[in-house]
Design a protein around this ligand. Sequence first.
Ligand code: HEM
Length: 125
Amino acid sequence: MSAIQARVIGLIVSAVVIFGSGVWLTSAGRPYAIALQTVHKLTALAAVIVSGVTVYQAMRIGVLPTAESIVVWVAAVLVIASFASGGAVSASDAEPTWVLWLHRVAPWFAGVLTAVSVYFTAGRA
Ligand code: HEM
């Protein structure tokens, strides 16, 4: 198995863990289970780093057409929004409702566009 295949399989497994634990957190409600929340955020952190490195390596050498670059940038904004809203939701009991809804909606679009971005860039660097 090549390094890039291992990376992509790791990201797929991480996505299952992140989205599975996220939906579980939402359906179980507050107070959030510490262990579940820790698994959720640490897996998200690892996946953001690995997908960020994968995409950045290809972006740096400028192999992406403009349309694909736009998808990558929109994905990056959505990932930042997902991370920031997740942090706010878990740190506070009284965050504005829109922040909670941002974290219930943005991650799904971030996940799809990050998968597309990795598809565009994996193996190109
Ligand atoms: C890119 C990073 C992240 C992704 C993709 C992600 C994904 C998700 C998803 C899909 C859900 C379920 C939403 C739904 O039911 O539709 C969720 C819920 C949740 N996430 Fe994240 N998450 C991320 C980062 C974080 C971080 C960094 C934290 C905490 C520091 C966090 C804390 C939570 C909490 C507390 C919930 C439950 C919210 C609720 O009550 O509905 N997430 N996350």
